[in-house]
Design a protein around this ligand. Sequence first.
Ligand SMILES: [Zn+2]
Ligand SMILES: [Zn+2]
Length: 166
Amino acid sequence: MGRRHPGRSRRAPPRGSSVKPCKDCSAEWGGFPSPASQRRPAPHPGPRCATHWRVEQKRRKAAAHASTVQAKYGLDPGDYDRLYALQNGVCAICQRATGKTRRLSVDHDHETGLVRGLLCRPCNSMLGHGRDDPKFFGRAATYLIQPPARGLSNDQPPPQRAPEDE
Ligand SMILES: [Zn+2]
Ligand SMILES: [Zn+2]
């Protein structure tokens, strides 16, 4: 937000000037070059100043992502964001990855084509390694609860907590 100076006329720089007013800065001033836009060179596409070009890049990236997930997974505009909110902004499995550095992937059932949820890349690869088989992940859970090496009588360090059970 800038302050208007109604008493003073604001003119665009002369033709051929290397400093073009940023069109987004001007738009914020009702189409007239603002004091700010006259001061800000606009070398970026648009033409835009560095600040508005960053905003525009972000908007273009989001639009490109929306059209990609629509084409690939049939997600309607806004569906990705709604799903992300449903998952409280984290990967549905590890619940650690937020997708801030790299967007969470859209995971889908390869047989039905239906979207299941959003996952970080490691969790998505883990599902692939388990061939999407719930039994695989059941065995993994059992493995952690009852490691098979407990069945060895030798070579195991003695249990720390209940020596009388040996
Ligand atoms: Zn600008
Ligand atoms: Zn994850």
